[in-house]
Design a protein around this ligand. Sequence first.
Ligand code: SIN
Length: 298
Amino acid sequence: MSRGLDNAAVRSEYIIAAPMAAAMGAEVCGIDLGRLDDHPHADACFAEIEAALYRHGLLVFRDQSLDHASQEAFTLRFGEHGVDAYTEGIAGHPNVQPVIREPGPLRSAFFGLGWHTDSPFLPEPPAISMLRSVEVPPFGGDTMYANSRLALDSLSAGMKQLLTGLRGLYGRSHIARAVDITKANPDAPFDVAPVEADLIGAMSHPLVRTHPVTGERALYVDATYTVGIEGLTRAEAKPILEFLLRHVTQPLFQSRLRWAPNTLAIWDNRLVLHQAFDDFESPRREMYRTTVLGEVPV
Ligand code: SIN
């Protein structure tokens, strides 16, 4: 199944989806997510939201009145909460992860750095992530997204054939090492380049994965966690991964989210990559993230 560069909204009854870019993403209006359960056609409305997410990869809802509990409740409509490998959540809401950047000088190591899909080093990586803004800088602190479904679609038949059946290796030991180095010496460059030893114990998933609902195939490769390709040495895999990453993250395949307070962004980690920037010193950026448990990638 191939649909190329097609991010047009489809007809819907309860929501209005306005595409954000040619490649992906849509802003959705006409719905108060915190009161979705009170909507006279709540299930039909949710079904439209879910279909829009799989179509656009990223949905953005502005001026929402969600709190931790209602964000959790909305997350649970998609499925069980995902495992978070990084934080234990906030008091009383273990499934709500704080993503908070306090004012201070620019730094090279921060949460969300580099193009990534969430936690592919897990056996069942989060399918969907949601990020809710409370406080954001007036400019800076955007999140970028790239469409890995479109990226696969646009490869040559020969390249697709070469990738079919290959399994990527996903780890985070190289990230932990880089974090330790910058903790010991904050002036050291944050170098996350993996080495051969990082392939040992890394999780293996298909490099081209199939979406469990739509059946669409997408590249499953990122800059942060993809450390190799099963059966290939690091030196053999590196140029292939570098090419694929450059390909997925080309500007044509991207969309950029400029935050305002009370925005909820939802993205499908099986279809898109994302990355954050540390490009502002103040004020505080306060966000809360929830995830939906995914399946074993196939
Ligand atoms: C993330 O990587 O989930 C966080 C993205 C962001 O802070 O914009």
